[in-house]
Design a protein around this ligand. Structure first.
Ligand code: HEM
Length: 227
């Protein structure tokens, strides 16, 4: 059983599945987090109550955080291993043009992935630990709860921060769009017939996520959301 598992993890196809499945878990979180965040448009009461419910989950919240962190780390480490393997293998059956295209796609995935990683680190320091803005820690609403509504609005009232988020989410969506397509390839769902439909679907989903997230800093910049 152990040797079957280690053979799977050490094979190229096994690694592709690991990247695909961890990517899927991360995308599920990104969609869930976006839906949660969009509640800001329903007002202070709604988003603050939502944040408090999440925080009151205690051990379950920590289990989800640990799972996400593990998925994130494994996704990155196994992707690096796969890229290194692909560089070493350089299959001869690819034409120079195809090889160049595949190389450019994987390079752009690595670059967008690294920028998304730095975005997430900044985001955690900004809205979760409040390290970048300790004044956010003491924001309280009339019911004595952490005022997430005010924190997000104050956060995006700085245009530099708002544009940093928008750029980070644009790169996240480029990454997701290509990621969905690779996922479908790995699970064998892509054929000549289905590829154009799946490509369009992947792009649509990525843009939908971009629009959902960007709506928040954009609404603050346009003074549609204010404290
Ligand atoms: C407009 C965009 C976004 C807004 C307004 C936003 C808002 C927030 C807020 C308010 C928190 C802290 C929640 C709390 O502790 O009460 C948070 C945490 C977090 N966000 Fe975002 N977020 C955005 C985009 C993203 C994106 C694109 C990702 C992932 C790629 C992401 C990943 C996370 C993670 C991992 C946490 C930590 C969750 C935890 O503490 O368990 N966020 N976000």
């Amino acid at each position: 059983m152990t040797s079957l598992y280690s053979r799977f993890c050490n094979s190229s196809i096994g690694r592709k599945w690991i990247v695909a499945l961890t990517g899927l878990a991360l995308i599920a979180y990104v969609i869930g987090h976006m839906i949660g965040n969009l509640q800001i448009f329903m007002g202070r009461e709604r988003i603050n109550a939502y944040a408090e419910t999440l925080h009151s989950m205690g051990p379950l919240l920590w289990a989800v955080r640990a799972f996400l962190l593990a998925a994130f780390v494994v996704h990155i480490v196994v992707t690096i291993q796969l890229t290194a393997e692909n560089r070493r293998a350089r299959p001869e059956r690819y034409s120079v043009k195809e090889e160049r295209r595949a190389g450019a796609a994987s390079k752009s995935m690595i670059i967008s992935g690294l920028i998304v990683l730095s975005f997430v680190v900044y985001h955690l320091l900004h809205f979760t630990t409040n390290t970048t803005n300790p004044e956010f820690k003491v924001l309280e609403d009339a019911k004595g709860r952490h005022d997430v509504y005010a924190m997000v609005i104050h956060g995006f009232q700085n245009p530099l921060v708002a544009w940093f988020y928008i750029t980070g989410m644009f790169l996240l969506c480029l990454h997701l769009s290509h990621g969905f397509q690779s996922f479908l390839q790995t699970i064998g769902a892509n054929s000549k017939k289905t590829a154009p439909v799946f490509d369009a679907g992947s792009r649509l989903l990525a843009w939908f996520i971009f629009a959902g997230y960007t709506a928040i800093p954009a609404a603050v910049l346009l003074h549609l959301l204010h404290t």
